[in-house]
Design a protein around this ligand. Sequence first.
Ligand SMILES: NC(=O)c1ccc[n+]([C@@H]2O[C@H](COP(=O)([O-])OP(=O)(O)OC[C@H]3O[C@@H](n4cnc5c(N)ncnc54)[C@H](O)[C@@H]3O)[C@@H](O)[C@H]2O)c1
Length: 349
Amino acid sequence: MRIFVTGGAGFIGSALVRHLIDDTEHEVLNFDKLTYAGTLSTVERVAGSNRYRFVQGDICDATAVRAAIAEFRPEVITHLAAESHVDRSIDGPGAFVQTNVVGTYTMLAEARAHWLTLDEAARAAFRFHHISTDEVYGSLGAEGLFTEETPYDPRSPYSASKAASDHLVSAWGHTYGLPVLITNCSNNYGPYHFPEKLIPLMIVKALGGEPLPVYGAGDQVRDWLYVEDHVRALRAVFERGQVGRTYNVGGHNEKQNIEVVRTVCAILDRLRPRADGASYAAQITSVADRPGHDKRYAIDASRIGDELGWQPRETFESGIEKTVRWYLDNEDWWRPLVAASAAERRGAA
Ligand SMILES: NC(=O)c1ccc[n+]([C@@H]2O[C@H](COP(=O)([O-])OP(=O)(O)OC[C@H]3O[C@@H](n4cnc5c(N)ncnc54)[C@H](O)[C@@H]3O)[C@@H](O)[C@H]2O)c1
């Protein structure tokens, strides 16, 4: 199939692109604006494939989206391009409304215009898949899990913009019959994660001998999923998922943020011990909590397991070990990004 991937130079999008080129026969068009969060080095390894091509463009630019779709004639659009960092959404929500809401609207309008040109069989086979987050469901107490029926209750400008875009996607399905799919996934981690997010930020700061900033007591709970497990879930959904359906994707790995940071420190202590013999955990520092910080997210991923047979392959222990090793082995990838963004980085997560 011809798969149009938006945001394919980012963390999850690039993992999807690499997976589609490495493990399938699908053709891929990577449509990405290359914001601060997108780098083509994430897809360098597969960029020589004759099944891969790249177009630099903005999902808010209807003319550019239309031209790319007309040329590629996708059978599936997997829409990942977004502003994705919660801290940035608190400082500057406008960009989140623009990219995540207006950009998703633009993608839907152009996808529908293309879809209407298809014959009946191609129309039935077409899929528009929106990649979203479990943060749209709000915050849980100590008990319970988010299911696909949990009412939306977003709390941050980021999650509100993703909730809005989910609703638009759903409306295009109900109103126009566009064959849509939505996945809501928990926190991802793994290779090529931009070093402003919690896990890579901690690795990078630990190695730099800097304080490791943890919000408040670090007792916020997140469910962690290895990014390659996520992209296998995405593929299962757009290849075999039921049109109009939402699938929650999660790793069955609930961890407090502080546990995650301590685990990273313990792996680094083993693989790259500090010169003074002390643990990297000595660098952990509590900082003022993020406003509106959600307490706990946890996912019930039984639907995608029962209906599509997807299960994560990595445990948190195996995935975090791979991730720390990857950052140790790939300093050439992250050091320039850290240098370029040092002036604007904030806290964590
Ligand atoms: N990272 C997570 O843990 C997580 C979890 C669940 C869902 N998601 C969702 O998955 C998607 C991908 O997340 P990520 O972590 O890979 O994000 P990311 O920030 O690493 O990458 C986003 C990509 O989108 C591109 N982009 C941004 N604005 C654009 C625009 N206007 N036009 C075209 N391209 C643009 C960027 O250049 C970048 O390559 C997002 O929609 C996010 O909401 C992320």
